[in-house]
Write a protein that binds this ligand. Structure first.
Ligand code: PTJ
Length: 243
């Protein structure tokens, strides 16, 4: 039992939830190490939404709201951490929610779809096919889902699929605490923020942005600039860490 007065209470509760989900098979064992890497970057960022991340979150909302066929892709870690936030973003953006896994089994897909449905998401399920140009199992998706999407939101991604989706002409929005990852570098737009902070910010922006705001954000969107700002924000924080 973790005491709420522990200074790292939130982090410990999150780890406990991920460990419990890993025991059930919802989260892949490898997902625990991916979370650890994310935590390390979140420490460097200061466990807060930075200015550049907020700008990226607003731009993501503009991309989702103006898309013809937006899809939110969900893996094990995202389902364990943020199913409710996914359901809320779906309601605000009208995007389709589809499960896509690196460590894919039919059982894991079914478990994750159920967690999302229980949290209020309307999950796009059904027969998946090997449609993406990838040698691993993230190639499996639905023809009317991710395969046909023009904009795909991919929280906690692996670089390969991000590159493949961009290569297919799609716009990819990544949520990744590591601004140096291959995913961050290849995505159309990268949000360098923790997934449970990022998703509600995108949802809020979907509700609040005017048509003029959306046009301005899309016209000025620049992933290279946003990533360099994220790295600058980390560097500034480190420079003053011991002040
Ligand atoms: O559920 P599956 O089978 O699809 O597997 C999912 C994992 C996470 C195992 C798979 O996608 C994977 O191996 O991911 P990577 O390549 O380790 O990338 C995960 C990235 O997400 C890393 O760059 C982390 O910094 C980042 N990350 C981890 N936790 C968070 C995060 N970013 C935002 N919020 C987090 N909570």
């Amino acid at each position: 039992m973790i005491s709420p007065d522990h200074p790292r209470y939130r982090s410990l509760v999150t780890r406990e939830r991920l460990a419990a989900c890993a025991k059930k098979g919802v989260v892949a064992m490898e997902g625990l190490t991916a979370h650890g890497r994310g935590e390390a970057f979140d420490y460097l960022i200061g466990e807060r939404t930075t200015e550049s991340a907020r700008r990226a979150e607003e731009t993501a909302a503009a991309m989702l709201m103006t898309a013809r066929h937006p899809v939110i892709s969900v893996n094990g870690n995202t389902a364990a951490l943020a199913s409710r936030e996914i359901a809320e973003l779906q309601k605000a953006s009208g995007a389709l929610v589809e499960v896509n896994l690196f460590h894919r089994t039919k059982e894991r897909v079914a478990m994750i779809e159920k967690i999302l449905a229980d949290a209020g998401a309307d999950v796009f399920s059904g027969e998946a096919e090997r449609l993406l140009p990838l040698s691993h199992d993230r190639a499996w998706c639905r023809r009317e889902g991710m395969f046909s999407a023009d904009v795909v939101l991919v929280p906690l991604e692996d670089g390969d699929r991000c590159e493949a989706l961009v290569g297919m002409g799609k716009q990819v929005i990544a949520i990744d605490l590591n601004p140096l990852s291959r995913t961050a570098q290849h995505a159309t737009l990268t949000i360098v923020d923790e997934v449970t902070r990022a998703l509600p910010e995108i949802t809020r922006a979907c509700a609040e942005l005017s048509a003029e705001d959306r046009t301005r954000l899309l016209a000025t969107s620049d992933n290279h600039y946003l990533l360099s700002e994220a790295i600058r924000e980390i560097t500034m924080r480190l420079a003053h860490a011991l002040d």
